[in-house]
Design a protein. Structure first.
Length: 125
Protein backbone atom coordinates (compact mmCIF):
# COMPACT_ATOMS: atom_id res chain seq x y z
CA UNK A 1 0.00 0.00 0.00
CA UNK A 2 1.37 3.38 -0.92
CA UNK A 3 2.04 5.98 1.76
CA UNK A 4 -0.03 8.61 -0.06
CA UNK A 5 -3.17 6.48 0.23
CA UNK A 6 -3.08 6.92 4.03
CA UNK A 7 -3.12 10.71 3.70
CA UNK A 8 -5.66 10.65 0.87
CA UNK A 9 -8.56 9.62 3.07
CA UNK A 10 -11.87 11.41 2.43
CA UNK A 11 -12.49 14.39 4.63
CA UNK A 12 -15.46 14.08 6.91
CA UNK A 13 -17.23 17.21 8.03
CA UNK A 14 -16.42 18.23 11.57
CA UNK A 15 -19.24 17.86 14.08
CA UNK A 16 -19.52 21.19 15.85
CA UNK A 17 -22.70 20.48 17.84
CA UNK A 18 -20.87 19.94 21.14
CA UNK A 19 -18.89 23.17 20.66
CA UNK A 20 -22.02 25.12 19.71
CA UNK A 21 -23.92 23.76 22.72
CA UNK A 22 -21.10 24.85 25.03
CA UNK A 23 -21.02 28.26 23.34
CA UNK A 24 -24.79 28.67 23.70
CA UNK A 25 -24.63 27.85 27.41
CA UNK A 26 -21.81 30.39 27.88
CA UNK A 27 -23.63 33.08 25.87
CA UNK A 28 -26.87 32.47 27.80
CA UNK A 29 -25.07 32.90 31.09
CA UNK A 30 -22.93 35.87 30.00
CA UNK A 31 -24.79 37.80 27.30
CA UNK A 32 -22.08 40.47 26.92
CA UNK A 33 -19.32 37.96 26.06
CA UNK A 34 -17.70 38.30 22.65
CA UNK A 35 -15.70 35.66 20.83
CA UNK A 36 -12.56 36.25 22.89
CA UNK A 37 -14.26 35.71 26.23
CA UNK A 38 -16.26 32.80 24.86
CA UNK A 39 -12.98 31.24 23.67
CA UNK A 40 -11.42 31.76 27.10
CA UNK A 41 -14.44 30.14 28.75
CA UNK A 42 -14.25 27.21 26.34
CA UNK A 43 -10.55 26.74 27.09
CA UNK A 44 -11.38 26.84 30.79
CA UNK A 45 -13.83 23.97 30.18
CA UNK A 46 -11.10 22.05 28.36
CA UNK A 47 -12.31 22.66 24.80
CA UNK A 48 -9.58 24.06 22.57
CA UNK A 49 -11.00 25.80 19.48
CA UNK A 50 -9.45 28.27 17.05
CA UNK A 51 -10.66 31.86 17.48
CA UNK A 52 -11.68 32.06 13.81
CA UNK A 53 -13.94 29.04 14.24
CA UNK A 54 -15.48 30.56 17.38
CA UNK A 55 -16.26 33.77 15.48
CA UNK A 56 -17.69 31.86 12.53
CA UNK A 57 -19.90 29.67 14.73
CA UNK A 58 -21.10 32.66 16.74
CA UNK A 59 -22.14 34.46 13.55
CA UNK A 60 -23.76 31.34 12.06
CA UNK A 61 -25.79 30.63 15.21
CA UNK A 62 -26.61 34.29 15.94
CA UNK A 63 -24.72 34.41 19.23
CA UNK A 64 -23.81 38.07 18.80
CA UNK A 65 -23.11 39.71 22.16
CA UNK A 66 -25.21 42.59 23.44
CA UNK A 67 -23.32 45.84 23.56
CA UNK A 68 -22.85 47.18 27.05
CA UNK A 69 -23.98 50.78 27.25
CA UNK A 70 -21.66 52.85 29.35
CA UNK A 71 -23.36 55.57 31.34
CA UNK A 72 -21.35 58.38 32.80
CA UNK A 73 -23.02 60.50 35.46
CA UNK A 74 -22.06 64.08 34.67
CA UNK A 75 -24.32 65.88 37.15
CA UNK A 76 -24.13 65.63 40.91
CA UNK A 77 -27.34 67.16 42.25
CA UNK A 78 -26.88 65.78 45.76
CA UNK A 79 -24.71 68.48 47.31
CA UNK A 80 -24.87 71.18 49.96
CA UNK A 81 -23.88 74.05 47.67
CA UNK A 82 -26.48 76.62 46.71
CA UNK A 83 -28.67 75.84 43.72
CA UNK A 84 -29.33 78.92 41.65
CA UNK A 85 -32.75 79.56 40.22
CA UNK A 86 -33.41 79.87 36.51
CA UNK A 87 -33.70 83.62 35.97
CA UNK A 88 -34.65 83.28 32.32
CA UNK A 89 -37.48 80.81 32.85
CA UNK A 90 -40.29 83.24 32.11
CA UNK A 91 -38.29 85.96 30.36
CA UNK A 92 -39.25 86.60 26.74
CA UNK A 93 -36.57 88.57 24.88
CA UNK A 94 -37.86 91.29 22.58
CA UNK A 95 -34.56 92.19 20.94
CA UNK A 96 -30.93 91.17 20.56
CA UNK A 97 -28.44 91.04 23.47
CA UNK A 98 -31.13 90.78 26.14
CA UNK A 99 -30.53 87.17 27.11
CA UNK A 100 -27.24 85.30 26.92
CA UNK A 101 -26.96 81.61 27.64
CA UNK A 102 -24.04 79.21 27.93
CA UNK A 103 -23.70 75.48 27.66
CA UNK A 104 -21.18 73.26 29.41
CA UNK A 105 -20.63 70.19 27.27
CA UNK A 106 -19.18 67.07 28.85
CA UNK A 107 -16.50 65.48 26.71
CA UNK A 108 -15.28 62.08 27.89
CA UNK A 109 -11.53 61.70 27.41
CA UNK A 110 -9.20 58.84 28.25
CA UNK A 111 -7.32 59.38 31.54
CA UNK A 112 -3.91 59.91 29.93
CA UNK A 113 -5.05 62.40 27.29
CA UNK A 114 -4.62 66.16 27.17
CA UNK A 115 -7.14 68.60 25.80
CA UNK A 116 -5.68 71.89 24.72
CA UNK A 117 -7.91 74.93 24.40
CA UNK A 118 -8.33 76.25 20.88
CA UNK A 119 -8.61 79.93 20.23
CA UNK A 120 -9.79 81.66 17.11
CA UNK A 121 -7.25 84.03 15.61
CA UNK A 122 -9.65 85.40 13.06
CA UNK A 123 -9.86 89.15 13.23
CA UNK A 124 -6.56 89.53 15.08
CA UNK A 125 -3.57 91.22 13.54
Amino acid sequence: MARSSFYDRPERPADDTAIVEAMVSICDEFEFYGYRRVGAALRQQGVVVNHKKIRRLMVEHDLVPRMRRRFVATTDSNHDSPIFSNLAKEFVPTGPNQLWVADITYVALPPASFMSPSFSTRGRA
